[in-house]
Design a protein around this ligand. Structure first.
Ligand code: ZN
Length: 410
């Protein structure tokens, strides 16, 4: 039977009916509903000449042996956020399954083909995203996760144990990447770019690097009635000016910068602000441009502190380098999209994905985005036109064929 993208759409609806409710998808990792989704997926493999295994981190691997041990991986995640959408993560898995079926029909493939369902991509229950893929890539530090608890006080270790996963052995999943010659991941865009360009599909260049900091301005509390404007040391003045400066920095450097939280003390209506804290999240695909945005924000904060006669102090919350996908696979993905719908577009990914972890582990990696309606995800209204869903499965299929040839190229 040839590739049948309509079957993928029907199966995604089946999964939605089985594991969602009126509020959206409920396949939160390490819960019974997630287990139901995974059992349903396993049933879909019946009759295929594949091997099925779960690794030490809880990732599920489906293997079709090929003529060569060199392996092409295709992946996604069946887990969702609570009240999530019907496509995030599971489109990747079910699209890859359809491609695997098509390859199976044609006999033994030239290379080994493996489908992976990563465990706990979303981190919805314990706040740690990319659990399974970071175990496989070796970037996970189990000691940082050991004491994580969900909102009911259940520890991550106990939740994992229910699924037969031992945190201290999770990184043994790294051996699954042995022989991996390429990793392909299809995903909904989760943003508005392709929709605004009226394009169904796009090639992902890589995932943004992130600089995440908290910035504290310190001034002096003073009575709102008795303190003249020119005698104030208003810490909130620092935040206000810096917020606007940071938006200019983002636009000038073609990145994105966000101030997501502001806290003031004493935080009462009758006092000048003595202490103002803001968070800053800066993202860019280019490491040098990200460094420039960071430096410009720091310089702006120093200048503003002087103007306002207040103090400023920075502290780092988190950072990660940009992760670039493989140039050859970017070209192949572009070709696959052109052959599928005649027009392609290259764009970065703002969110991190399992693909970033696989790329970090040194496996040539590529992602393919399909348009998201309204640019919305992690929400029950998340949607993609069915004609675009069909196109993305076709493009993934073409990309898989090209990638198998590329893997065997001398
Ligand atoms: Zn996802």
């Amino acid at each position: 039977m040839p590739l049948n993208p309509q079957r993928t759409i029907a199966e995604l609806k089946e999964l939605r009916a089985l594991t969602g409710d009126a509020d959206g998808a409920q396949r939160v990792a390490w819960t019974d509903t997630w287990g139901t989704a995974r059992a349903w997926f396993k049933d879909k493999l019946a009759g295929l000449p594949v091997e099925y295994e779960t690794d030490e981190a809880g990732n599920v691997w489906v293997t079709l042996r090929g003529a060569s041990d060199k392996t092409m991986l295709m992946g996604g995640h069946l887990d969702s956020v609570p009240n999530g959408g019907w496509l995030d993560g599971c489109l990747n898995v079910m699209g890859a399954l359809e491609v695997l079926r098509r390859i199976t029909e044609e006999g033994t493939p030239p290379v080994t083909v493996r489908l992976v369902d990563w465990a706990d991509e979303e981190g919805a229950r314990f706040g740690r995203s990319l659990f399974g893929s970071s175990a496989a890539s070796n970037s996970m530090n189990p000691d940082e996760l050991r004491d994580l608890k969900d909102k009911d006080g259940i520890t991550l270790a106990d939740a994992l144990a229910k699924f037969g996963v031992n945190l201290d052995r999770a990184k043994e999943a790294h051996k699954q990447l042995h022989n991996a010659a390429a990793y392909l991941e299809l995903h909904i865009e989760q943003g508005p770019v392709l929709e605004s360009l009226n394009l169904p599909l796009g090639v992902v260049l890589g995932t943004f690097g992130v600089e995440r900091h908290s910035i504290r301005f310190t001034g002096q509390a003073a009575h709102s009635g008795s303190t003249p404007m020119d005698k104030r040391k208003d810490a909130l003045g620092g935040v206000s000016k810096l917020h606007l400066a940071i938006r200019d920095i983002a636009v000038r450097n073609r990145g994105v910068c966000t101030v997501g939280r502001v806290e003031t003390k004493p935080g009462i209506v009758t006092s000048v602000v003595a202490d103002a804290l803001m968070t800053l999240d800066q993202r860019h695909l280019d490491a040098a441009a990200l460094a420039t945005m960071y430096r410009e924000a720091q310089e702006a904060s120093q200048r503003i502190a002087q103007e306002e006669k207040i103090e400023v102090a920075w502290s780092k919350l988190w950072d990660i380098h940009p992760i670039l996908f493989h140039p050859d696979l970017i070209e192949l993905c572009d070709q696959a999209i052109m052959e599928t719908c005649g027009v392609s577009h290259r764009l970065p990914s703002g969110p991190l994905h399992d693909a970033a972890e696989v790329a970090r582990a040194g496996v040539p990696t590529i992602m393919l985005f399909v348009q998201s309606l309204y640019g919305i995800s992690h929400n029950k209204i998340e949607d993609t036109k069915e004609e675009h869903l069909a196109l993305c499965v076709q493009a993934l299929d073409k990309l898989a064929t090209k990638t198998m040839d590329w893997i065997l190229k001398p």
